[in-house]
Design a binder for this molecule. Structure first.
Ligand code: GMT
Length: 391
């Protein structure tokens, strides 16, 4: 199949999922065309069957606001026509589903549009009056719509007048990349951050207000009063300065390490004892499955799709949003019971293998694309085979 993918190319869960999906589809023999304003950050090197088409936003004196979205739609149409794309799969409703809709009107080649909803495109932008109708239009005019959790499907249906069923396709993690590294490797790296007696707590996010990073610090503060511990904070974003101030106010400066943006996080998960995600909103929580894949139990809030990801009392614990005492109590319970911690760690990995593996989820997306031709359209298994052999 020939598949176009549009996504936010910078750091962020939706861009990660889109890029990893594209890479995996390319390895399965599909021809993948990323259509974005920048090379997706997870696309470290160009691989076979992958091309990147970058949008050039026109700058002209008449434009106070350069029309990126129109240029993107124009590029989508050009790429679809030139490479005879079968599908354009957009990640995040706005602006991508609208750009794909426009591209379909102007391209001289027809293709199907799949929109994957990732969370804030519904839960935050869907509540924004200046965008709400546009997002609803994009969803209703896609050929198929998926969402990354049941919670997000429910919220989408509650927010908009949706005229079609939304399909659940969970996020995934590549277990060949995210796994607990050998004990010796980890113990060496661990010493860079903590003594052998100290427990390591980890949080990874874009430091937006919805992530409630100060709650991470409050949970850690309660924990470190009981047992020796360090907190690693990975990521950058608008809340970073106030989180730093809060850490200083609590006198935790030497115990909280700010590691900034990291492209290679798998090894950091591997050395953590617990992962903390106390978000206000979280449609899925990709970082939670990355942690679980690395054998790290998760302490989180009950927000959005987190209860679908973290099994309370089995792979981690969930508490009401903002209840830092409850989170700290659960965290200490796990950290002080090594046998229980190990059980949670094993169960977490098992859950990821069962529900969120790359192999399983990429096959679900492939099946969705194929379903467009199940009624016998222009694309058939016959053509697909000849495409594979010629690629
Ligand atoms: O969490 C963010 O602020 C980033 C955002 C994004 O679009 O990259 O993440 C959303 O999509 C991820 C991938 O599907 C989900 O794992 C995150 O839960 C979701 N974030 C929120 O719902 C806040």
């Amino acid at each position: 199949m020939k598949i176009g993918i549009a996504c936010h190319p910078t750091h962020g869960g939706s861009g990660v999922v889109a890029t990893e999906l594209g890479k995996s589809l390319a390895r399965r023999g599909h021809s993948v065309h990323f259509i974005t304003y920048d090379v997706p950050f997870r696309l470290h090197s160009l691989e076979k069957n992958i091309s990147v088409h970058r949008v050039k936003t026109p700058h002209y004196a008449a434009f106070k606001y350069p029309p990126h979205d129109l240029a993107l739609a124009n590029l989508m149409a050009k790429v679809a026509s030139r490479y005879r794309l079968d599908v354009i799969h957009v990640h995040y409703a706005i602006p991508y589903s609208i750009c794909a809709f426009l591209a379909k009107q102007i391209a001289d080649h027809d293709f199907y549009v799949v929109t994957t909803l990732h969370g804030t495109d519904v839960t935050i932008l869907g509540e924004t009056p200046s965008l709400k109708k546009m997002i609803e239009f994009g969803i209703n005019h896609s050929d198929a719509v998926t969402a990354v959790s049941n919670s997000l499907i429910e919220q989408t249906n509650n927010t908009f007048q949706i005229e079609r069923p939304i399909q659940l396709i969970y996020n995934f993690v590549d277990l060949s990349e995210y796994n607990r590294q050998k004990r010796q490797d980890v113990s060496q790296k661990r010493l860079e951050f903590a003594t052998p007696q100290e427990k390591i707590l980890l949080h990874v996010s874009n430091f937006r207000p919805v992530k409630r990073v100060k709650d991470v610090v409050s949970v850690f503060n309660l924990i470190q009063k009981q047992i020796p511990a360090k907190l690693l904070l990975v990521g950058e974003g608008p809340e970073l300065p106030s989180v730093k101030e809060y850490v200083d106010e609590l006198g935790l400066t030497s115990k909280v390490l700010f590691l900034g943006k990291q492209n290679e996080v798998a090894s950091l998960y591997s050395l953590a004892d617990l992962f903390i995600i106390p978000s206000e909103k979280e449609s899925f929580g990709l970082v939670a499955i990355e942690a679980m894949a690395c054998g790290v139990p998760v302490i989180g809030s009950e927000a959005g799709g987190l209860p679908e990801v973290i099994k309370h009392g089995e792979t981690g614990y969930l508490s009401p949003i903002g209840d830092v005492e409850d989170m700290a109590k659960h965290a200490l319970h796990l950290l002080e019971n090594p046998a229980l911690h190990r059980l949670f760690s094993l169960r977490g990995l098992k859950r990821v293998k069962q529900l969120f593996s790359l192999k399983k989820i990429v096959s679900e997306y492939e099946a969705l694309y194929r379903s467009f031709w199940s009624g016998g359209g222009v694309y058939s298994e016959q053509e697909e085979e000849s495409f594979y052999t010629s690629s």
